[in-house]
Design a protein around this ligand. Structure first.
Ligand SMILES: NC(=O)c1ccc[n+]([C@@H]2O[C@H](COP(=O)([O-])OP(=O)(O)OC[C@H]3O[C@@H](n4cnc5c(N)ncnc54)[C@H](O)[C@@H]3O)[C@@H](O)[C@H]2O)c1
Length: 310
């Protein structure tokens, strides 16, 4: 009997928060997984991943044991405190990292899944944000290193497509994702609130707390990604949860789950978007996917994870 070819996938950034979940899911579904990660921000869940681990940067990848059928390109600094530490490095990962991935994919005939971001909509004047919205990013603002790096990376994917340089690709724009595996000190609001509440500190609220976000639980995001991979949909497609909450409402839920530890109001960071909510009509129509985990359940799971870490 001829052994069936096991499909091979390269996951860049596979040691990160989303990467760990995606690697485990792909492995469970029969993929032979290799991870390329520079370990600049590995998740606490990155131990014992069911993958061949290669340490290196996507900007200048080490030799890789190709060919691969699929490249899931997640490698990027992702939380504001981290990407602001090295703005030039962030832009290089966004731009040059993407080009390296696309050239490898062209050589191997691989499909590319690229995790872009809702940040490419900037501080949006259209609400909720459909994929057709071109965005309002301040190129001079501090967050431009991340936002414009991702915009450039998307533009590269579309340019390679137009030029017929790679087989197929899928672009997804992820909105705020949370859950077990997050870096406890990543500076994002979910870990900042939960981390503070768990040690009896006041919740740090930027501005007056009226700004909104839409939080999607990590398992839902992975389901969405798998649906897009199965259909090889080109996108760009938003993935997120369209239940929008203000930071004050998020604080209310955290206090219900952990107890009140007070609130501390801080200056709003430069360039912080006021609203953010995905228009999900496109992915629903194509794949039928929608997020199913409510905020209280997702936060409870995240609290359990954070407690186990300490
Ligand atoms: N988590 C979210 O809410 C969210 C939202 C929108 C988009 N995204 C995107 O999803 C992807 C994964 O995000 P995450 O939350 O898991 O972030 P993360 O920081 O947990 O994971 C990113 C991984 O990439 C690695 N990495 C960074 N730069 C690299 C480089 N040059 N070469 C190789 N590896 C590198 C890090 O070590 C880390 O393991 C990122 O591309 C991010 O922009 C995430």
């Amino acid at each position: 009997m001829i052994a069936e070819h096991k499909r091979r996938v390269l996951v860049t950034g596979g040691a990160g928060f989303l990467g760990c979940h995606l690697v485990r899911r792909l492995s469970r579904e029969g993929w032979d997984v290799t991870v390329l990660d520079d370990y600049s921000s590995p998740s606490p869940l990155a131990d014992n991943l069911p993958a061949t681990m290669v340490v290196g940067s996507v900007v200048a990848p080490p030799p890789l044991d190709g060919p691969f059928d699929l490249i899931c390109h997640l490698a990027s600094p992702a939380s504001p405190p981290r990407y602001l530490l090295d703005p030039v490095g962030t832009l290089r990962t966004g731009g040059e990292g993407m080009r390296q991935v696309l050239d490898l994919a062209a050589a191997w005939g691989a499909h590319v899944l690229f995790t872009s971001t809702s940040e490419i909509y900037g501080d949006p004047e259209v609400h909720p944000q459909p994929e057709s919205y071109v965005g309002a990013v301040d190129v001079q603002g501090p967050r431009a290193c991340y936002d414009e790096g991702k915009r450039y990376a998307e533009a590269l994917v579309y340019a390679y497509r137009r030029a017929g340089l790679h087989r197929r690709s899928s672009v997804v724009r992820l909105f705020n994702t949370y859950g077990p595996g997050m870096h406890p000190d990543d500076g994002r609001v979910v870990t900042a609130f939960l981390g503070s509440a768990l040690v009896g500190q006041p919740l740090p609220i930027f501005g007056d707390g009226s700004q909104t976000r839409s939080f999607c639980y990590v398992d839902d995001v992975i389901d969405g990604l798998m649906g897009i991979l199965a259909g090889e949909f080109p996108g760009p497609l938003n993935i997120g949860n369209d239940v929008e909450v203000s930071m004050l409402e998020l604080a209310d839920v955290v206090e219900r789950l952990i107890g009140s530890t007070g609130r501390q109001f801080l200056a709003l960071p430069d360039g912080d978007p006021k609203v953010r909510k995905p228009d999900l009509a496109a992915i629903r129509e194509l794949t039928g996917w929608q997020a199913t985990t409510d905020l209280a359940t997702g936060l409870s799971n995240t609290i359990t994870y954070l407690r186990e870490l300490t």
